[in-house]
Design a protein around this ligand. Structure first.
Ligand code: OAD
Length: 271
């Protein structure tokens, strides 16, 4: 791990931003199933669905309450989870580097915020599972899912009393989870597209952690940053495309994100 920490310290001596790019693996140690792991599957009726089928506008149009049930179950898991050392390390980095640290996260679980990462330095590019917005887009606003909406277990249905809570406060139509679906596109107002691209283009260091590198904006972050001369480091239990890029740059840590991010934060803060 030491050569990677040395590369991180060297990158900090260059001008530019330090970007942490996090994925589901960072929350795995908090007990939240990853997206593409075995626990990600979900059964509706007699069929098993992969998240990539359910996290779509098409699925929501066809079976909105079944999709809501999946999100409300996952919201319950997230609410009961606690931030782990990886989240806490990134919150410490944000505090130590107030002018040059940005956290770009694909995670919708809110654990970075609960660990103390400030909103001003955090870019949740796939949304927030605790929020909802108008399904018909009558206004771009988003709202917390009401506290009166209870935790849902696997197999629990969204009954009429819950359905009555999941409405747009403006137009009274159906609300939807505030998450980016596979058949939708990134934008700036909701998902920070332009801001994140701009930050990546002037990065000195990108630490990707716990992501399988399957989505578009994270790819842009790594590529724009690499083109700008940034050092790329990857933390993951397994090989992944960002690891291949990092291997030719700052290096790879093949281990759990909690310990690795703690070591990286310590190295950057005590430099
Ligand atoms: P994935 O589930 O695709 O990948 C999780 C990654 O974390 C894998 O590469 C694992 O090897 C790694 N991993 C698991 N546990 C780890 C640990 N303790 N320490 C380090 N690494 C670990 O999740 P994401 O890459 O986040 O998007 O998925 C990206 C996006 O695809 C999600 O945000 C979601 C999904 O579809 C949307 O909903 C738009």
């Amino acid at each position: 791990m030491e050569p990677v920490l040395a590369a991180c310290r060297a990158a900090l001596a260059k001008p530019g931003h330090v970007i942490a790019l996090t994925g589901a693996g960072v929350s795995a140690e908090s007990g939240i199933p990853t997206f593409r792991g075995k626990e990600g599957y979900w059964t509706i009726g007699a069929r098993e669905f992969h998240p990539q089928e359910l996290a779509t506008h098409t699925a929501f149009e066809a079976m909105p309450w079944a999709v809501w049930a999946w999100y409300l179950y996952r919201r319950s898991v997230c609410r009961h989870a606690q931030p782990n050392p990886g989240h806490l390390a990134l919150a410490r980095l944000a505090a130590a580097l107030p002018d040059r640290f940005a956290l770009v996260t694909q995670n919708v679980d809110g654990l970075h915020r609960r660990a103390g990462s400030p909103d001003a330095q955090t870019y949740p590019i796939h949304g927030d599972i605790s929020q909802m917005r108008c399904a018909a887009d009558c206004v771009p606003d988003r709202w917390p899912i009401p506290d009166a909406v209870p935790d849902l277990g696997k197999g629990d249905a969204v009954d009429a009393a819950i359905q009555a809570q999941l409405v747009c406060p403006r137009c009274g139509g159906m609300a939807r989870p505030h998450v980016l679906w596979f058949d939708e596109s990134y934008d700036e107002p909701r998902f920070h597209l332009d801001t994140v691209r701009r930050l990546a283009g002037r990065a000195a260091l990108v630490v990707s952690a716990g992501t399988s590198a399957q989505t578009n904006l994270p790819w842009q972050v790594v590529q724009l940053a690499a083109r700008a001369g940034a050092t790329i480091v990857d933390v993951n239990l397994e090989a992944n495309p960002f690891g291949d890029i990092a291997a030719g740059s700052g290096g790879v840590i093949r281990g759990p994100a909690g310990a690795a991010l703690t070591a990286i934060a310590d190295a950057l803060i005590s430099r």
